[in-house]
Design a protein around this ligand. Structure first.
Ligand code: PEP
Length: 243
C-alpha cells in the first residue's frame, strides 16, 4: 500500500504560492500519495492546478451541519464542491483553540462522510498527559469517541507536544503508540480496522522522514510546517518506502 503524505498548511500561504508549489509537485516522481490541505480560499486554485493523479486536496475542518447560521464555518459539501477529497478533523489546534470535543469531531466525521469526503482524524496526547503516563488512555478515548461506527478514513497520531516544536517521540514510542492505535481500530472496526492508514504527525523534516516512515504501522505523514516548502515536503514524500 502506498504511503500517504499530507500537508497541513494551517493559516499560512497565499494565492501566489499555488502555481510554484503545484509545478514542483507535478515534476516529482513519487512513490507516495500526496494530499495538500491549504486554507479554504486556496482550495479551488490548488484543485485546478493539481490534476488528481498528482495530488489530492483537503480541507482543514468542516462543520457538522450542512448549512445554516454558523459564521466563519464551512460545510463538508462546499469543501467537496471546491475540489477537496479529504478533510482533516479533530486537529489538536482545533480541539484547543475552538474547544472541539470528541463528540464534535465524531459529528464532523459523519458530515464529511455523507458529503463524500475522506476524513483524516487526528488524535494525540499533550506533554503533561504523557508525563502522567496517560498517553495511551487519552489516545484510546479520543479514538473510541471521535470515530463514529460508520468510520472510513485515515487516523493521524500527532502528539501535541511534538507539533511545531522540532521534538519527536522516540522510534520505540511511535511504534508502540501506532501498535496500540491499530489494536483499537481492529477491535472497533473488525472489517476495516486492519487496513485503516495511521499517519504520524509532529515535526516531520526531510532529515527524520525516512526513519519515521519506515516504522511498523506508520502509513504516512501529516506534515505541518515543513509542508509549506515544496522542496521539503517533496523530500519527505520521497522518503516514503515504495510499496
Ligand atoms: C501538524 O500540525 O499537523 C503538524 C504535524 O505540524 P508540524 O509538522 O509543524 O509539527
Amino acid at each position: 500500500m502506498r504511503q500517504v503524505i499530507a500537508g497541513n498548511w494551517k493559516m499560512n500561504g497565499k494565492f501566489s504560492d499555488i502555481t510554484p508549489f503545484a509545478a514542483a509537485v507535478l515534476e516529482a516522481d513519487l512513490g507516495a500519495d500526496l494530499i495538500i490541505c491549504p486554507p479554504f480560499p486556496l482550495l479551488q486554485g490548488f484543485a485546478a492546478a493539481l490534476p488528481g493523479a498528482h495530488g489530492a486536496i483537503g480541507g482543514q475542518d468542516c462543520h457538522a451541519n450542512g448549512s445554516g447560521a454558523h459564521t466563519g464555518d464551512v460545510s463538508a459539501a462546499l469543501l467537496a464542491e471546491a475540489g477537496a477529497k479529504y478533510v482533516i478533523l479533530g486537529h489538536s489546534e482545533r480541539r484547543a483553540d475552538h474547544g472541539e470535543t470528541n463528540a464534535d469531531v465524531a459529528a464532523k466525521v459523519l458530515a464529511a462522510l455523507s458529503a463524500g469526503l475522506i476524513p483524516i482524524v487526528c488524535v494525540g496526547e499533550t506533554e503533561s498527559e504523557r508525563d502522567a503516563g496517560e498517553a495511551e488512555h487519552v489516545v484510546r478515548t479520543q479514538l473510541t469517541h471521535s470515530l463514529p461506527s460508520s468510520f472510513a478514513g485515515l487516523v493521524a497520531y500527532e502528539p501535541v507536544w511534538a507539533i511545531g516544536t522540532g521534538r519527536t517521540p522516540s522510534e520505540a514510542d511511535v511504534t508502540a503508540m501506532h501498535a496500540r492505535i491499530r489494536a483499537v481500530l481492529v477491535a472497533q472496526f473488525p472489517a476495516s480496522g486492519a487496513s485503516t492508514p495511521i499517519l504520524y504527525g509532529g515535526s516531520f523534516k526531510p532529515g527524520n522522514a525516512a526513519s519515521l516512515l519506515s516504522l511498523p504501522e506508520v502509513g504516512g505523514a501529516l506534515v505541518g510546517g515543513a509542508s509549506l516548502n515544496a522542496a521539503d515536503f517533496l523530500a519527505i514524500a520521497a522518503s516514503a518506502p515504495r510499496g
